[in-house]
Design a protein around this ligand. Structure first.
Ligand code: THU
Length: 156
């Protein structure tokens, strides 16, 4: 028998501690959240990512009356980037919430399905994607790679 323990790493930062680039991504994700299509949950999510060539893309959650047909902000964004910039490396991805339902004290980390998709894009480009998400009032958590959010990606 072999017992293994994993260590996960993240950094907690105040919004006022973010460098210019991360603050810009946060703001752009927030702009995207404002135009989310979330009439069913009332929970608007925005995502922004920075590519190696300097381009920034954003997206938001897109819901549907047939609930499971909707898609999270992160996957809307990653699938768009995967389809349109397949040769670019994704450096950073930021996820934010804009909703009356948002509990100011809560951490809002990406859902499991989005983590799985992030992990595959990270594997595909063979370099880490930094992920930043809401961690309470004016605070964020930053993981320097998806492995810190999803250690056992499904792969074959
Ligand atoms: N949602 C996201 O966009 N990202 C996540 O990581 C979790 C949840 C969306 C899906 C749905 O439109 C709404 O938030 C409520 O679950």
């Amino acid at each position: 028998m072999k017992k293994v323990e994993l260590k996960l790493a993240f950094t907690e930062l105040g919004l006022d501690e973010l460098d210019h680039e991360d603050k810009m991504l946060y703001d752009k994700a927030m702009e995207a959240a404002k135009i989310a299509y979330a009439p069913y949950s009332g929970f608007s999510v925005g995502a922004a990512c920075l590519l190696d060539n300097g381009e920034i893309f954003t997206a938001s959650n897109q819901e549907n009356a047939a609930y499971p047909s909707g898609l999270c902000a992160e996957r809307s964004l990653l699938f768009y980037v995967g389809a349109n910039r397949p040769d670019q490396t994704i450096l950073k991805l930021t996820v934010v919430i804009k909703s009356k339902l948002r509990d100011a004290k809560k951490i809002y980390s990406p859902c499991g399905a989005c983590r799985q998709v992030m992990a595959e894009y990270q594997n595909r480009q063979s370099s880490p994607i930094q992920i930043m998400f809401e961690a309470g009032e004016n605070k964020v958590l930053v993981c320097s790679r998806i492995d810190d959010l999803l250690p056992f990606i499904f792969n074959f």
